[in-house]
Design a protein around this ligand. Structure first.
Ligand code: TXA
Ligand code: MG
Length: 362
C-alpha cells in the first residue's frame, strides 16, 4: 500500500481538503492525523474492522484501550452512562485540549475501543484539523498515538510516515505538534482523583479545580490505591528509541559529574554517543563539547533568549523531546544520555516519559 501525505495549513484548510481522509475512513481505513499533543492513528469508533486495523498497524497489545476523540459536546452523551457534575466542570474548563477523562461507557462503545473495560477514555482535541476531521466524518474517532508500539510518539507527519509507511493509506500533515507529549489521562471516579498518565495539562493546572488530585504511582500515602490496577498502557515498554537511554539525575553538579563519567565509559568502548542536554545551568564538560563524533542536542533553550539566562523552559523541552529521541536514532547512536529536569509543571510529563524510556537511571 502506498502512503500518501496531504499537507494542510492548520489555519487555512477547507472541508475539501479533508474529503479523501473522510472517504477512506468511511470505507474502513485508518489514517494518521495531527492533534495538539501528538499525531493520532484514527478509526471510526463504529467500525470494528477499522478498530482492529489500529492494533495490527501499531503492533499494539489488544488489552491496551484507545482514547475516543470528539469534536463537540453533543457527541458525548451517546458514549457515556452519565456526565457527573464534577466532570462537566472539567470539560468546560479544559476542552478542547489535552485532557482525557474516564467515563462509565455506554453500549455504543465497543470492547475493541475499551479492551473490555467498563470505562471509556474521552477527549476533545484542540487541534482544528483533528476536530474538523471528526465533524466531517460525523462520528467519534478512536485514536492511539500514530507510532509503532513501543516507539516515541510522533510529533510530526514524517515520524508517522517512518513508522507506518506502507501500512496506512494516508497521513494528514498539519505540521509539528504544540505540546509534544500525549494528553493527561485522569480518573475522577476514584477518591482521591488520579492522574493516570501525566501529559499536556499539568498537575498544577488540575489542582486549581481538583485540589486533592494525586499522580498515580507517585507520592501516594494510601497503600490500597497503589495496588489498584492503573491505566493498562502503563505496563508496556514505551517511548523507547532503538538506542538505550541513560537518564542522569541529581543536582546540577551531580549530573555534570555523571555525564562526564558515563561519557568516558562509552567513549572507551568506541561507542557513538548521543547527549540530550537540557540545562543551560550545566556546562558541558570541555572534552565533550570539543568531541566532533558526539551528537549533542540541546533542548528547551530558546534561541532568542540571552545566552547567560539561568533558567530553562520545560514546555520547550516537552515539545521537542520525542523528536530529539527519534533524531538520535536517525544518527545511529549506540547510547543516548539524557539529563533529568525538575518535575515541576511540564517537567512531570517529561520525566514520566524519560523514566519509561530509560534503560538505566543513574
Ligand atoms: O494525546 C493523546 O492522548 C494521544 C492523541 C492521539 O490524542 N493519544 C494517545 O493514545 O496517547 P494512546 O493510545 O497512545 O494512549 C492512551 C492511554 C493508554 O495508556 C491507555 O491505556 C489509556 O490511555 N486508556 C485508554 N482507555 C482507558 C481506560 N478506559 N481506562 C484506563 N486507561 C485508559
Ligand atoms: Mg501511545
Amino acid at each position: 500500500m502506498e502512503t500518501k501525505i496531504i499537507s494542510l495549513d492548520p489555519t487555512g484548510f477547507t472541508r475539501l481538503d479533508l474529503e479523501e481522509a473522510v472517504y477512506l475512513m468511511q470505507n474502513g481505513e485508518i489514517i494518521g492525523f495531527p492533534t495538539e499533543t501528538v499525531y493520532g492513528l484514527g478509526a471510526s469508533i463504529l467500525n470494528p474492522e477499522s478498530l482492529k486495523k489500529i492494533y495490527l498497524a501499531k503492533g499494539r497489545p489488544m488489552d491496551n484501550p484507545l482514547i475516543v476523540h470528539i469534536s463537540h459536546m453533543d457527541m458525548l452523551p451517546a458514549l457515556v452512562k452519565q456526565i457527573p457534575e464534577r466532570i462537566s466542570i472539567l470539560c468546560d474548563r479544559y476542552w478542547p485540549g489535552p485532557l482525557t477523562i474516564l467515563f462509565e461507557k455506554s453500549e455504543l462503545v465497543s470492547d475493541l475501543v475499551t479492551a473490555g473495560l467498563s470505562t471509556v477514555a474521552i477527549r476533545m482535541p484542540a487541534n482544528e484539523i483533528a476536530r474538523a476531521l471528526i465533524r466531517e466524518l460525523g462520528e467519534p474517532i478512536a485514536a492511539p498515538s500514530a507510532n509503532s508500539s513501543g516507539k516515541p510518539s510522533p510529533t510530526n507527519a514524517m515520524h508517522v510516515f517512518n513508522d507506518l509507511k506502507g501500512i496506512i493509506p494516508l497521513i494528514l500533515d498539519g505540521g509539528s505538534c504544540d505540546y509534544g507529549v500525549e494528553s493527561t489521562v485522569i480518573d475522577v471516579h476514584s477518591n482521591p482523583p488520579l492522574i493516570l498518565r501525566p501529559g499536556g495539562i499539568t498537575l498544577e493546572e488540575l489542582q486549581e479545580v481538583l485540589p486533592n488530585i494525586q499522580v498515580y504511582g507517585k507520592n501516594q500515602k494510601d497503600k490500597a490505591l497503589e495496588e489498584k490496577p492503573s491505566t493498562p498502557g502503563l505496563k508496556y515498554t514505551h517511548y523507547s528509541p532503538n538506542a538505550p537511554v541513560i537518564l542522569l539525575t541529581g543536582t546540577n553538579e551531580e549530573i555534570q559529574a555523571k555525564l562526564q563519567k558515563t561519557y568516558l565509559q562509552y567513549k572507551e568502548n568506541q561507542s557513538k554517543i548521543g547527549i540530550i542536554h537540557t540545562h543551560k545551568t550545566i556546562e558541558l564538560p570541555i572534552l565533550i563539547s570539543q568531541d566532533q563524533d558526539t551528537y549533542v542536542h540541546s533542548l528547551g533553550i530558546n534561541k532568542n533568549e540571552l545566552i547567560d539566562s539561568q533558567d530553562f523552559n520545560a514546555a520547550l523541552i516537552q515539545q521537542g523531546l520525542f523528536a530529539k529521541l527519534r533524531e538520535m536514532d536517525m544518527e545511529n547512536v549506540d547510547v543516548i544520555i539524557v539529563e533529568a529536569i525538575s518535575e515541576k509543571k511540564e517537567g512531570l510529563a517529561v520525566m514520566n516519559r524519560l523514566q519509561k524510556a530509560a534503560f538505566k537511571i543513574l
